[in-house]
Write a new protein. Sequence first.
Length: 296
Amino acid sequence: MNLIPVERHEFSLGLPLPWMLYDRDGNVLLEAGATLESLDDIDALLALTPMRDTEEGQLRAPLPAAEEKIYGFSDMRLRVGDRLQIEPPATVSTERHTAKVIGWVDNISLLVSTPMVGGLRVPFRDGDKVVVRIFANQNAFAFNTDVMRSVKIPFDHLHLTFPTEIQGAVIRKSPRIKMRLITTVSPLPEEGNEPVDANSRASAILLNISADGTLIQAKQALADKGGRLRLAFRINLHDVDAVLTVNAIVRSVFAEEGKVGAMLHGVQFENMDANDRLILQSMIYQKMVEQPQLMV
């Protein structure tokens, strides 16, 4: 057997395991088809360092926990330039690599750019079996395909076999990703948009974020439930920095378990500028495609 570790992001709650799991000594931990029903189940399994055999057949890409369905190619509504992820055979790499859609010919081939790492092309070979993942239109899609031809001239690109069976699952209306963004926070009055005190700004950290709200970690409570805050933080979208200033309503305040002097605040954005929302949504979907393990 050729065993490789299975990481947290490869598990999906409530969906059948696509492979048998082993421990480091090759003993069976779970049969293929078993389901994990809670995060505690996943944590307990990860403590045993689960492994899978790369020779047990093609990896089926786990999707975010949701009701999974089978879709057709047109359901993905792909556009030229859309980003996707390609997982190569374990003999090539255990990493997922980002590529872009170049085009397609129905029922024949899907053309994508060849992923690059450190300026070097990932060495795909003709006949390699790969998994493709795409996040689009509030859905997560995944399908198995083969590399028909790896082409270098006139530019690096891959011809993939046209997918006939695509697994898909609807993701939450406002997908949330893990982040650690430094933010400045100012209290706002119950009505109006001017800070209560221009000198009362505090620093905090955004632990996760969606287009509708965020979870803030601070050394002390920033406001009571129902209070209003102004947040200012910097995000990076396609290597371009953008500073967003957003007003928010505090929906919950609670102490972080196991940490002294750490308060968590669940906040909902209010009256967000349309351009800022577009930038934030684009950053979130970029992270979902390039780093799906960050999804909450």
